[in-house]
Design a binder for this molecule. Structure first.
Ligand SMILES: *[C@@H]1O[C@H](CO)[C@@H](O)[C@H](O)[C@H]1NC(C)=O
Ligand SMILES: *[C@@H]1O[C@H](CO)[C@@H](O)[C@H](O)[C@H]1NC(C)=O
Ligand SMILES: *[C@@H]1O[C@H](CO)[C@@H](O)[C@H](O)[C@H]1NC(C)=O
Ligand SMILES: *[C@@H]1O[C@H](CO)[C@@H](O)[C@H](O)[C@H]1NC(C)=O
Ligand SMILES: *[C@@H]1O[C@H](CO)[C@@H](O)[C@H](O)[C@H]1NC(C)=O
Ligand SMILES: *[C@@H]1O[C@H](CO)[C@@H](O)[C@H](O)[C@H]1NC(C)=O
Ligand SMILES: *[C@@H]1O[C@H](CO)[C@@H](O)[C@H](O)[C@H]1NC(C)=O
Ligand SMILES: *[C@@H]1O[C@H](CO)[C@@H](O)[C@H](O)[C@H]1NC(C)=O
Ligand SMILES: *[C@@H]1O[C@H](CO)[C@@H](O)[C@H](O)[C@H]1NC(C)=O
Ligand SMILES: *[C@@H]1O[C@H](CO)[C@@H](O)[C@H](O)[C@H]1NC(C)=O
Ligand SMILES: *[C@@H]1O[C@H](CO)[C@@H](O)[C@H](O)[C@H]1NC(C)=O
Ligand SMILES: *[C@@H]1O[C@H](CO)[C@@H](O)[C@H](O)[C@H]1NC(C)=O
Length: 707
């Protein structure tokens, strides 16, 4: 079932990869011409769509019923119109469509940047069964005329700017199965009034960026059986809503940031969630310690309880949730050791216990977690050696054990063992020894963070073997955002990142070896890492010159070589780094004239960059080089103390790939799935959907990696 995650993740991405698209519709439509007036409307529509992928090219000629995304009835009336992700030029479009395409049963206009109001006349499309308008920029209220659409089964207006109250009359739409009101600016009250007659509802998703008040009576017994329920950023608690217990078919439950307080009721996992596949109760005040479980949820794939107040020992009963693929428990207050029974979770792909108070040795039980790709132990108090079985994690992409008390030689894993490793975070532990040359063979690696350990020896001369960092080919790297649900990764401690990189690691490349005891020279080979954004070698014992080719690290934005014993001149090529925003060369033995020009002129704290190098001269430190004319003034910039460590504790969070947005995506019931092919035919059938997406996944992967 974990494929559902995958599926939805990909569906989420698919919108951006497949571009403008629609569905190839029924056979009956072939070789048929539609009503001339309706064809004209389609051609008008075509004009305002941006057809990057040439998908609308089929919209020519007479047989408009067989154009992609179009379906007709036997009289030639257009009944299905499905165009998604075409990014219209920001028009308000719906009025002219609804005036003229009155036979529509399916209208899908998701992700097209349509603006403005939803016209009242939408209520005239009496045959509509499916209406998907999500991911546009529609504003204003949801017109009450909707409620005249008595055949409507799917209403998806998620991710727009709609405002006002949720019309009570929605409650009349007894055929409605799918109601997605996610991420709009609703106001007023959400109560059982709006839901009372929705006897067919299976999926409900709602959240508001504005002040929508949840007010559902605790005695309410809903007339429906939901399979998916998503509510977010609304005050639902402190009580866990009792009406949910009447729902016996839930597959997806997301109640994130919903002010739930206290213990998860004992019967939740036993009954309510006994079929559940995805559960997200993150960002609440849940402190549940040990609920009594009648039985473990059999099919639970994702369990996200991050950002709560869970305390005491790591809950061993979770080891009984044998189908878990993602276990996300970061930002809680767990203490004690990780239990050995974790080794029972053989399906696990993501394990995140970051920011807890776990301690002790990590049990050596990871050999059985063959699928683990994301392991985040950051900021706990683990000690001792890394378990040997880590090297058996052949699917590992992201590995972060930073900010613990591990005391071990640097791991000598090979790329044969862990071929896809993309992120290795060992910072702030007690790792010792030299950097193993095996590290160089990890061709996918984008981020190496070994800062603040006790590493000795030289920087190996083989770093130019880190192919992901040297290649200028895009699209051949392993792209790891795809399947992650957790996906939070700590990256370095360099000021400035936080603002810049919030959504993806795709183009993030970094090496941080700072604050160790590394000696020797800066190897020339590092200069081949053209993709590096961050190179931090500060606080070591490096000697020799800064390589003259430093300007070849084209993408470099952050360079810190401070607090070493580097000597000789600062290479002029530094001025070729056109993206450089932060530079620190202070407290070395550099000499000669400071290079100038280009980006070097624009940096902040110009003087502190070069502080503590007594033999430097020229601008901006105002110490004359021999042969220079006198400057106008004579400040002494030397006393600048640039060596402030305050930056080093800044945590910069990255959201790998889709990150939290993914959860919004899939637990928002993949609100973006609207136009996956054949989706509409099976959108109440999860299993079919999953099977469907496997094929799509493969197609997408190819498209993405080898395009
Ligand atoms: C109808 O379509 C089929 C194939 O889709 C084609 O072989 C045939 O020639 C078409 N007939 C007409 C009248 O265009
Ligand atoms: C659309 O409908 C309006 C009024 O119903 C009509 O005036 C207009 O000509 C129609 N547009 C096309 C392209 O048929
Ligand atoms: C969405 O619409 C608002 C006005 O309603 C506009 O200010 C904003 O720029 C639009 N956003 C996009 C992405 O077009
Ligand atoms: C629900 O259905 C009942 C009976 O059909 C009707 O009287 C009532 O007005 C409906 N409520 C809403 C909110 O539509
Ligand atoms: C939680 O929801 C509130 C509104 O109810 C919002 O202001 C806040 O930013 C949300 N917090 C998170 C972490 O999303
Ligand atoms: C778990 O999933 C399988 C296959 O989808 C299904 O047959 C089974 O009934 C599910 N079990 C529960 C408890 O929902
Ligand atoms: C796991 O489940 C079994 C029975 O299904 C139960 O006996 C055992 O106590 C459970 N383990 C934990 C740690 O809850
Ligand atoms: C882990 O699996 C073993 C054997 O499969 C079983 O004996 C043990 O009870 C399981 N542990 C837990 C906590 O479920
Ligand atoms: C975490 O647990 C410790 C002791 O177990 C307690 O002192 C502390 O207040 C807890 N912190 C939170 C945020 O609950
Ligand atoms: C790692 O895997 C190998 C073979 O796949 C196995 O022999 C070995 O015991 C495993 N090591 C650990 C620590 O699980
Ligand atoms: C670097 O890569 C080449 C070929 O890819 C390989 O032959 C060589 O052994 C690697 N060097 C190191 C030190 O890993
Ligand atoms: C890099 O880009 C240049 C030109 O942009 C191209 O000639 C070269 O083949 C590319 N690939 C590599 C690996 O350098």
């Amino acid at each position: 079932m974990n494929l559902l995650v995958l599926a939805c993740a990909l569906a989420f991405l698919s919108t951006s990869y497949l571009g403008c698209q629609g569905t190839d519709l029924s056979e009956d439509s072939r070789n048929k011409t539609c009503i001339a007036g309706e064809k004209q409307v389609l051609l008008d529509l075509k004009k305002i769509l941006i057809d990057q992928d040439k998908w609308l090219e089929s919209w020519v000629g007479d047989y408009c019923c067989s154009w992609q995304g179009i379906g007709c009835d036997k009289d030639g009336h257009v009944t299905e119109l499905d165009v998604g992700d075409c990014s219209s030029k920001g028009d308000s479009i719906i009025p002219f469509l609804v005036r003229n395409l009155t036979f529509l049963t399916t209208l899908t206009l998701s992700q097209n940047n349509f603006q403005g109001l939803i016209p009242k006349s939408i209520g005239d499309l009496k045959s509509l069964v499916t209406l998907e308008l999500s991911f546009n920029n529609l504003s204003g209220p949801l017109p009450e005329s909707f409620c005249r659409l008595s055949k409507l089964e799917k209403l998806d207006v998620g991710d727009n700017q709609l405002s006002g109250t949720i019309p009570k009359c929605i409650g009349q739409l007894s055929t409605l199965k799918w109601l997605d009101l996610f991420q709009n600016s609703w106001e007023g009250v959400l109560s059982e009034q709006q839901l009372v007659n929705l006897t067919s509802l299976t999926f409900l998703s709602i959240s508001s960026k504005s002040k929508l008040v949840y007010h559902v009576s605790s005695e309410w017994i809903p007339p429906f059986q939901l399979q998916g329920f998503t509510i977010e950023n609304m005050r639902v608690g402190p009580e866990f809503p009792p009406w949910l217990l009447t729902q016996e078919e839930l597959l997806l439950l997301k109640m994130s940031n919903s002010s739930l307080v206290g213990t998860i009721p004992a019967d939740w996992f036993g009954n309510l969630l006994s079929h559940a596949v995805h559960v997200d109760l993150s960002y609440n005040d849940i402190s549940m310690a040990r609920p009594s479980f009648i039985s473990a949820p059999n099919n639970l794939s994702t369990l996200r309880l991050s950002n709560n107040r869970l305390s005491d020992e790591f809950p061993a009963y979770i080891c009984n949730f044998s189908s878990l693929t993602a276990l996300l428990l970061s930002d809680n207050n767990f203490t004690g050791e990780l239990p050995r029974c974790l080794g029972n979770l053989t399906q696990l792909e993501e394990l995140d216990v970051m920011d807890n108070h776990l301690s002790g040795h990590v049990p050596d039980v990871f050999g059985s977690l063959e699928r683990l790709s994301y392991l985040n132990f950051y900021n706990n108090s683990f000690e001792g050696k890394l378990p040997l079985s880590f090297q058996n994690l052949t699917q590992l992409l992201i590995f972060d054990v930073g900010n613990n008390n591990f005391r071990d030689a640097l791991p000598t894993w090979t790329s044969q063992q862990i071929p896809y490793l993309t992120y290795i975070g060992l910072r702030a532990n007690h790792f010792y020894g030299t950097i193993p040359i095996q590290l160089c063979n990890f061709s996918s690696i984008q981020i190496i963070n070994l800062a603040r350990n006790h590493i000795t020896g030289n920087i190996p001369q083989c770093f130019n073997n880190l192919t992901a960092m040297t290649t200028n080919e895009t699209g051949i790297r392993y792209y790891f955002g795809d399947t992650l649900v957790g996906g939070k990764v700590l990256i370095d401690d360099v000021k400035g990142y936080e603002l810049k990189y919030t959504s993806t690691l795709d183009f993030f490349y970094s090496i941080n070896l700072s604050d160790n005891n590394i000696s020797g020279e800066i190897p020339e080979e590092l200069m081949d890492l053209r993709n590096l954004l961050n190179l931090n070698l500060a606080g070591n014992n490096l000697v020799g010159k800064i390589p003259a080719r430093i300007g070849k690290i084209e993408q470099l934005e952050f360079l810190d070589l401070s607090r070493n014993k580097l000597s000789g001149p600062i290479p002029q090529s530094l001025s070729e780094l056109k993206f450089l925003v932060r530079l620190n060369l202070s407290f070395n033995d550099l000499s000669g004239r400071i290079p100038t020009g280009n980006q070097l002129q624009t940096l902040d704290n110009l003087s502190s960059i070069y502080a503590g190098n007594n033999q430097l001269c020229g601008r901006p430190i105002l110490k004359l080089c021999s042969g220079d004319a006198k400057p106008h003034e004579g400040h002494d910039y030397e006393k600048d103390n640039s060596d402030n460590d305050s930056d080093s504790d800044e945590h910069v969070w990255f959201y790998a790939g889709i990150g939290p947005g993914l959860l919004v995506g899939f637990l928002g019931f993949c609100s973006s799935l609207h136009y996956m092919k054949s989706w509409r035919h099976s959108y109440f059938n999860f299993v079919e959907m999953v099977l469907d997406k496997i094929a799509v996944f493969i197609a997408l992967s190819w498209k993405k990696f080898y395009k």
